[in-house]
Design a protein around this ligand. Sequence first.
Ligand code: HSE
Length: 294
Amino acid sequence: MIKIRVPATSANLGPGFDCLGLALDIWNEITFETAYKLTYQAFGEGSEKLNKGTRNLLTKAYALVYEICGKKITGVKVSAENKIFMSSGLGSSAAAIVAGLYGANLTLGEPLNKQELLNLAVHLEGHPDNVAPAFLGGLVISLTAGEELIWRKHELPDWTVVIVKPQVEWLTKSARAVLPKSFSRNDATYNIGRAALVVEALRNGDLELLQKVMDDRIHQSYRLKHITGGMAAYKTAKSFGAAALSGAGPSIINFVHPQDAEKAKKEIAAAFEEREIETKSIVTNPSGIGAHMI
Ligand code: HSE
């Protein structure tokens, strides 16, 4: 039996569209046991959506490793205990992909190395900013240059992070479709400097700097206007610390002083709830480690 944990991740972090991602201390735990046939069962977050057969992102990724290694899939019983909110901008799809790849690779005696697994994950997900920190932990800057995936990981100080997820239907696919095809030079320049300084602020635990630079002109405003209560919630979060749309949304991520976390969580949630949108929320920290065996 193999049991692994894979963390939630928050991508973009404001200006770092498709390049920055942070692993969080929120985990899905997945068990792979030898069995006569392939079975899959999820418990916890998203289980009502996931328990509809054995075809899902996790089992697709699992099968891909077998195929690449020229092995025939034997039976396996997959059980997932999920804590990562689904369709929330917290990398639940990336976690499923990483779990499938990592679990299959362990089952086969680790024929693929970390970089090969990461390349497969990016191929399945389409961009590296969630899968890279899900594998590696920490704050990861990643990009693809031709065929090559280039990344650097940084461990962060112990930030306090508030996440509020509105219970709305918001798929990454639609969240990408609402973005413009091109941007002005001003908007590009605006993001480039801020993305560099977001990394600096996060690495140094500098909330004052993070508050000034965690801003964006490439994706957030285009998306927030489609999320009921999103702009109000984002503005509330900014009044407590540094805020961003987590990944493609709809969750809001807020970096705050620890003593402000509970109040921030309540008030951000209230911005949605005033508009009759229910929320789920959590106060957490970054995780310096990514997917691992337990
Ligand atoms: N960088 C991605 C986006 C993250 O903003 O669309 C969501 O998968």
